[in-house]
Design a protein around this ligand. Structure first.
Ligand SMILES: Nc1ncnc2c1ncn2[C@@H]1O[C@H](COP(=O)(O)OP(=O)(O)O)[C@@H](O)[C@H]1O
Ligand SMILES: [Mg+2]
Length: 268
């Protein structure tokens, strides 16, 4: 886990620590720039607005949303969005470590899930489960069928009993493998995809910002990095900047081409 931060470990349960606690300030540091397509920005903004109007919603007896699922390819901003939501709501974020939750001993996975949900219910926070498919897989598609079916049932119960003082956020790359009953429990769903040309341009501009580059660099890089995720673009541009610094010259398309070849992004 994030060694450089001052995060507190959650209380240990049966010899394992199940997640990391980030203060709203630490969340803000993680989200310097988040580029969201219009639809997702709208969804997030509305979600945050509603949570700021709790009393009004109570008056109208309209339940507030507090269960978000995000799905799409890696490196497209799902984790970043969870930190952004926590920052905007000024809530701490609890990043759950799935490898610490999933246990081969009978009943242990379910009991860990229950513990982490109890912890999150006890005081307002954003409870974030990354790679959610690892526990929420369809009940049929598991090898350790019985144990995982039990874990999914526990998860369903926990989601139903979650109340509305905290926010539950889940992310997955494998939405088709999520249990349908779990899927229905979410009131807010966001699809993430690889950046389109406009988002790529915006992001490349942000990354190059202030660094001397040859004329027409952003446009050319934008074309060359089509099909890359935000995370890939970030790594490639940083690599290219290092090359330019070593050579004491401005950033050139050639640096990007070389960095792309060296980095070999897995194109989705
Ligand atoms: N939409 C985005 N806007 C800005 N940066 C992004 C975006 N998506 C990914 N990144 C960059 O890639 C890194 C990894 O992104 P992350 O949110 O963990 O992706 P995911 O959870 O979808 O796999 C981020 O820390 C950030 O540097
Ligand atoms: Mg992620």
């Amino acid at each position: 886990m994030n060694k450089s931060s001052t995060n507190q470990r959650l209380p240990r349960a049966k010899g394992i620590d199940m997640g990391t606690y980030y203060t709203p300030k630490e969340c803000a540091k993680k989200v310097r720039h988040l580029i969201l397509p219009d639809m997702n920005r709208k969804i997030v903004e509305e979600f945050i607005t509603i949570l700021g109007m709790r009393d009004t919603f109570e008056e109208h007896q309209v339940p507030i949303p507090n269960k978000v699922v995000m799905y799409g390819p890696p490196g497209t901003g799902k984790t970043l969005t969870a930190f952004y939501i926590a920052q905007m709501l000024e809530l701490p974020l609890i990043l759950v470590r799935l490898d610490a939750i999933i246990h081969s001993h009978l009943g242990e996975t379910g009991s860990n899930i229950r513990k982490i949900f109890e912890y999150a219910k006890a005081s307002p926070c954003v409870l974030f489960l990354d790679e959610f498919d690892a526990i929420a897989r369809t009940r049929e598609s598991n090898d350790e069928v019985k144990e995982m079916a039990r874990a999914v049932n526990t998860l369903l119960q926990c989601l139903d009993d979650f109340g509305d003082s905290s926010i539950f956020v889940a992310a997955t790359n494998l939405e088709n493998e999520l249990d349908r009953a779990i899927w229905r429990r979410f009131d807010t769903k966001m699809i993430y995809s690889l950046p389109d040309e406009l988002s790529r341009r915006q992001y490349i501009d942000l990354l190059i910002n202030g660094f001397e580059g040859e004329t027409g660099l952003t446009e050319e890089v934008c074309v060359r990095l089509a099909g890359c995720s935000f995370a890939d673009i970030e790594q490639i541009v940083l690599k290219a900047k290092r090359k330019a610094i070593i050579e004491s010259c401005s950033l050139k398309v050639e640096h990007i081409v070389l960095s792309y070849e060296e980095y070999c992004p897995s194109l989705n």
